[in-house]
Design a protein around this ligand. Structure first.
Ligand code: GUN
Ligand code: ZN
Length: 451
């Protein structure tokens, strides 16, 4: 995929407002590092320097191309820690809750992904949509078919994206056409790890869909792979819906909780990302924290499917690592700004104030840290990969009007989070190359050409 223009080819400096973090804003009032007049210098896909324009102006060597983005805000690319690319075409499908939704929409839709060409076409659209929303890294569920994984990683590699994805494992309680076996799921996952994990910027995630669709033998086999490959990711769903939890209790008698099922199959560890984590008790929360596993809070999905309210304050009190996910197609938006909007409201309903500063951290540096990728992405620290986005405070008349009255950084970020969506993303850069520009109609043309 060619970059949109010559920006990002050679040494380039971007002059704009810059947002970074020195830690979790929940732990310190001055964790945010903001430069009103900042400079980000990028070369060969990596950040060279980041700071105030005044401090770095002498690094503007004659061979440095200067891009003036004064008035706009550069932040690290967003990290979506839970999303299903095969569900792109069934976003906004109404259902009475998770289990009927899976049966009526999800499983029939995922059937198509045995076909490599249609998987690739969807992966291309999905990735363009992420980039338009400013998401540069995501933890992505493919389907049970190996072809769906190869198609996804090929599409990601063509764009030089840092993506984490894996083949769904399901050996029971699903239609025959989506079923693997404990052995074939193990073999296919091992083969895909060998093919994709660490290839360029691609990373693999072992992906048991959720406990109801895996036999104990399959979870055991997955746990063995997770132990054999500690730097490979694990992703699954847990404690999302009350009917699902009752089903797990019936299928897995003798376990203390739903989370305990995964724990006793060796699936709770660092780089294991658990979608939802809504109906947890304090022992579950403590066990998540102790094991280093990470929660992906998916508020648009939880509200849409009526699953429940994630308690971010209790999660924090127990030291659980929390990140944000869209969970499309259960989620109703690809935009991490719209995800922040709903995360704020879900926190409000449990009596907690979730600041915009913290939500920006959760979607960038906090996620990178939780995924053990903070030396690589999410911070724009020198030597890290130059995945970043340019947010436009004047993206819409209403946003511009509200921004004019913003009296603090928090108020500005809050306006982006509560009023923003893909329109607020002016440009998206991946490995230092501009891959999306809002005002460019190339994306629309590419999408039309694909039909
Ligand atoms: N639980 C098992 N599969 C899924 C899925 O595809 N989406 C959501 N939201 N929950 C699930
Ligand atoms: Zn999901």
């Amino acid at each position: 995929m060619s970059p949109i223009d010559k920006h990002g080819v050679g040494r380039t400096a971007y002059r704009a407002m810059l947002l970074g973090f020195a830690g979790d804003p929940a732990e310190s009032d001055d964790a945010a590092r903001f430069e009103e007049d900042g400079l980000l210098i990028v070369e060969a896909g990596h950040v060279v320097a980041k700071g105030s324009y005044a401090a770095l102006a002498d690094q503007l060597t004659p061979d440095t191309q200067l891009r003036d983005l004064t008035g706009k805000l550069i932040v690290p690319g967003f990290i979506d820690t839970h999303v299903h690319y095969p569900q792109t075409d069934m976003i906004a499908s109404p259902a009475s809750g998770l289990l009927p939704w899976l049966e009526h929409y999800t499983f029939p839709t995922e059937r198509r992904f045995s076909d490599a060409a249609s998987a690739r076409e969807t992966a291309d659209f999905f990735l363009e949509e992420l980039l338009a929303c400013g998401t540069t890294t995501a933890l992505v569920y493919c389907t049970v078919h190996k072809e769906s994984v190869d198609a996804f990683f090929a599409a990601s590699e063509a764009r030089q994206l840092r993506m984490i994805a894996g083949k769904v494992l399901m050996d029971r309680n699903c239609p025959e056409f989506l079923r693997d076996t404990a052995q074939s799921g193990y073999d296919d996952s091992a083969e895909l790890i060998a093919r994709w994990h660490g290839k360029g910027r691609q990373l693999y995630a072992l992906t048991p869909r959720f406990a109801p669709t895996s036999t104990p033998e399959q979870l055991q086999a997955c746990g063995a792979l997770a132990q054999a490959h500690p730097d490979v990711f694990v992703q699954t769903h847990v404690a999302e819906n009350v009917d699902e939890i009752k089903w797990v209790a019936a299928l897995y008698p003798g376990y203390r909780s739903y989370l305990d099922v995964y724990d006793r199959h060796g699936l709770l560890r660092r780089r294991a990302i658990y979608g939802h984590c809504i109906h947890f008790d304090d022992r579950d929360r403590a066990r998540m924290a102790e094991s280093g596993a990470v929660a992906s809070h998916c508020p648009t999905s939880n509200l849409f499917l009526g699953s429940g309210l994630f308690d971010i304050a209790k999660a924090g009190a127990h030291g659980m690592a929390v990140t944000l996910g869209t969970d499309v197609g259960g989620g109703t938006a690809f935009s991490m700004l719209r995800t922040m909007n709903e995360a704020h409201k879900v926190a409000r309903l449990s009596g907690h104030h979730l600041s915009a500063t913290r939500m920006f951290w959760l979607a960038t540096a906090g996620a990178a840290q939780a995924l053990d990728l903070d030396g690589t992405i999410g911070t724009l620290a020198p030597q890290t990969e130059a995945d970043f986005i340019v947010l436009d405070p004047q993206a819409t008349p209403l946003l511009e009007r509200r921004m004019q009255r913003a009296e603090s950084l928090e108020e500005r970020l809050f306006a982006f989070a509560l009023l923003g969506d893909d329109r607020a993303v002016f440009e998206t850069y991946v490995a230092g190359r501009c891959v999306h520009r809002r005002d460019d109609d190339a994306r629309r043309r590419r999408a039309l050409a694909a039909h």
